[in-house]
Structure formats: structure tokens, C-alpha cells
Design a protein around this ligand. Structure first.
Ligand code: PMP
Length: 409
């Protein structure tokens, strides 16, 4: 008798994953990197990652932790040393006073955000997300069973959420407002007055909590002062989670340490979530993060100045290209360029540049420059350009983009 033919069982993902894919930003970055490895002269302006190296004293702190055998599980939402360092950071940089049990540490700011949503969202609960927004926000909310309520923000308003738009977006089901300043993808930042005006709206909606993603805090230009909602409106602190991390400020994306400060009950609920996922962040990375947060901070300001020079270079070059325009970002290391003037045109091979995705594909195929379509961030007709790379590469990339745009008819 023949053995029965074995067929692979059909795979079925959970319904909550149905509309979610690997982040398009990562897909573009992976594709560009693969082409680079295959020998193409690709310049990747897609990733949200500083090109600088992790500071030497931070690496040394990690090596020391390994040598001293500090390589075991830590307290699940952060070692006492890291929590103390975070507490000091919040005091020093933000004037925020959190007790140790109001602080949580996770494997990246992304895990901290995700823990908070997992701990608080019931099916159908709404999260107000101003657009353009970092794609992961909406996907994390959806995975956690919530409903992202995307509120478009205008370039004329500096891509900032206005109090009137916030008021209109809030319903009885709203659990959170999620703010990100300086912003990925636009580089826009909220001044203290902007946050105060939004806080006035939240006063009328006591059921709404505020999540402030401050990950780009230290990359802020032209002498601006960073503002965070719990400090601007202390009355909101009892319903605010202030999220931050070491990835961007200290070029530590691969170390995976993020942290948050918020009300004790929320922090406790987030610890329950984390206890059943990663148990604790990497002990070695935690030791490194202690050094990053408490060591010499001069490197942070030096790198911010370098980013500002790069911003000037890229924004100047883009605004000189016919059909392209972009506002001068206040922070982060992205510029969000309007490219509506290029759409509908024809590439030399005869293909139509129908939309921002087609434009990004054209730039990658024709001049080996990888940028991300605005559609990924909830606003078509734009492209996001990350300028976290050397000035020489940025100059070359801008030259290539200009040449590619100039031959569109
Ligand atoms: N928030 C925003 C707005 C980001 O751009 C990123 C990284 N791309 C994160 C959070 C996540 O940072 P982390 O590496 O700490 O998880």
C-alpha cells in the first residue's frame, strides 16, 4: 500500500493580523540593503537609524557587565540601576519627578508603547493618532484589539494636531491620544504652547489618557527647547505615559532599551504584559543604557549639531528641485517632502509616476536611492527622507534625485 501523500497543512494567521504586514519601511530598507550587497551603489535614506557609532564608554559599560557576570535575568521591567538612571534623566532633562515604581524599562520604546496598549485596550477602544504618523503606531493598536483613529494634520499647521481637530476626534470610546514630538516622519515639534492648548482640550475629556513618544527629544534644532506634556501640564501627569529610549539619542538602536514614566497602576499593568513576553530587557544592554543616561552627555549635543547641518543641506537641495518642496523640520532626522508636482509625469522608459510609491520605486530603480513613500505614514503625495547619514552621501543622493526628477516629462 502506498503511504498517504503528505500535504503541508494550510496556515491560518489570527484575525488580528489580517491587515498587518511587516513594516513597509523595513521592507524598503531590506530591499535596498540586499541590492547594495549585490554590488549596486545604493544610498539608503530609508531607515530611522543614526549612522553614528554607540559611544565608546557605553560599549565599555556593557563589556564590564559581561566580565562581572551581570548577565542574568533582571527585575522584569528594569534593573534598580537602570530605573534610578531613568529617574534621574527625567528629573534632569524634563523636570519630571517619577518614583521608581512609576518607571518601566523594555526592549525598545516600541515594546514600551506596545505594553501600554496591550495593558489598556479592550476591543473597540480608540486611540487618536495624528497623521502623518510612524506606521507602527496604528499596527500596534490594531494588534492589541484597539481602533486607530487617524486624524490628518495639514502641512500649513506644521503637521501638528490642532486643538479643534483633537476635540472632533474624541469619542466616548477614546482611551488614548498619542503624540510624537519631534515627529517621525515630518520632523515637526510641538512647542510648550501647542501642548498647553491640547491639554486644555483633554481637560474636557477626562477618560482620555496621553501617550507622549519623546524618542527624538535630543534631536531638536535652532536652539528650541524640548517640551513634554506631563511637564507642560502637570495636571495631566496622572494620565500620561512619557515614553523615551536610548536608540536615537545615543545611536543604540540595536541594544533595544526603551523606558517610560507614568502612573503606578499603569506601570504595574505593563509589567504584567512584559512578564509574559520578554521577561526583562537584555541585562547587558541595561548596563549600557545606565552609562548612556548618566555618563557625559556632550556627545548628544554634538551629534544634534551634525544632524542640523545635514538637515540644512538636504532641505536646501530638495527645495531647489522643481516639483518638490519641503518645510524646514524642527527636529528628528527626517524631512517630509511634498512631491505632488512630480506625480503624473513620465519616466524615460515610458512608465507613469502615478503616486508616491511609484516615485520611490523609480528613484530606487533608476538612481539607486531608497526613500520611503508618504503613504506609509498616512499621507500620500510625499516622500520621507532620512538624513541620518554622512554629508558626502547626502550630497550624492540629492544630486541623483535631482537628476532623476529632471528627466521626467
Ligand atoms: N517611536 C518612533 C517615533 C520611532 O521612530 C521609533 C523608531 N523608528 C521608535 C519609537 C522605536 O524606538 P526603539 O528603537 O526604542 O524601539
Amino acid at each position: 500500500m502506498n503511504a498517504p501523500v503528505q500535504t503541508a497543512p494550510a496556515f491560518r494567521s489570527a484575525a488580528r493580523l489580517a491587515a498587518i504586514e511587516v513594516s513597509e519601511i523595513l521592507q524598503i530598507t531590506f530591499e535596498a540593503s540586499a541590492r547594495k550587497r549585490a554590488g549596486r551603489p545604493v544610498i539608503v535614506l530609508g531607515a530611522g537609524e543614526p549612522d553614528f557609532d554607540t559611544p565608546e564608554p557605553v560599549k565599555e559599560a556593557a563589556a564590564r557587565a559581561m566580565r562581572e557576570g551581570r548577565t542574568k535575568y533582571t527585575v522584569l521591567d528594569g534593573s534598580p540601576e537602570l530605573k534610578a538612571a531613568v529617574r534621574e534623566k527625567f528629573r534632569r532633562d524634563n523636570g519630571l519627578d517619577y518614583t521608581l515604581d512609576e518607571i518601566t524599562c523594555g526592549s525598545g520604546a516600541k515594546q514600551v508603547l506596545s505594553n501600554a496598549f496591550m495593558a489598556t485596550l479592550d476591543p473597540g477602544d480608540e486611540v487618536v493618532i495624528p497623521a502623518p504618523f510612524w506606521t507602527s503606531y496604528a499596527d500596534i493598536v490594531s494588534i492589541c484589539g484597539g481602533v486607530p483613529v487617524v486624524v490628518p494634520c495639514l502641512e500649513a499647521d506644521g503637521f501638528r494636531l490642532t486643538p479643534a481637530a483633537l476635540d472632533r476626534a474624541i469619542t466616548p470610546r477614546t482611551r488614548w491620544l498619542l503624540l510624537n514630538s519631534p515627529s517621525n516622519p515630518t520632523g515637526s515639534a510641538y512647542a510648550a504652547e501647542d501642548l498647553a492648548a491640547l491639554a486644555d482640550v483633554l481637560d474636557r475629556h477626562p477618560q482620555v489618557w496621553l501617550m507622549s513618544d519623546d524618542i527624538y527629544e535630543h534631536i531638536l534644532y535652532d536652539g528650541r527647547r524640548f517640551a513634554t506634556p506631563a511637564a507642560v501640564a502637570p495636571r495631566l501627569k496622572a494620565r500620561t505615559l512619557t515614553v523615551n529610549g536610548v536608540s536615537k539619542a545615543y545611536a543604540m538602536t540595536g541594544w533595544r532599551i526603551g523606558y517610560g514614566g507614568g502612573p503606578r497602576a499603569l506601570i504595574k499593568a505593563m509589567a504584567v504584559v512584559q512578564s509574559q513576553s520578554t521577561s526583562c530587557p537584555s541585562a547587558i544592554s541595561q548596563a549600557a543604557a545606565v552609562e548612556a543616561l548618566t555618563g557625559d552627555q556632550r556627545v548628544v549635543a554634538e551629534r544634534c549639531r551634525a544632524f542640523q547641518d545635514r538637515r540644512d543641506l538636504v532641505v536646501g537641495a530638495l527645495n531647489a528641485m522643481p516639483g518638490v518642496s519641503c518645510r524646514n523640520p524642527e527636529g528628528a532626522f527626517y524631512t517630509f517632502a511634498r512631491c505632488a508636482g512630480l506625480l503624473g509625469r513620465t519616466a524615460p522608459g515610458g512608465a507613469t509616476i502615478a503616486d508616491d510609491r511609484a516615485l520611490c520605486r523609480y528613484l530606487l530603480d533608476s538612481v539607486d536611492v531608497a526613500v520611503v513613500p508618504g503613504s506609509c505614514f498616512g499621507l500620500p503625495g510625499y516622500v520621507r527622507i532620512s538624513y541620518a547619514t554622512s554629508e558626502a552621501e547626502l550630497r550624492e543622493a540629492c544630486g541623483r534625485i535631482a537628476a532623476a526628477c529632471a528627466v521626467l516629462s
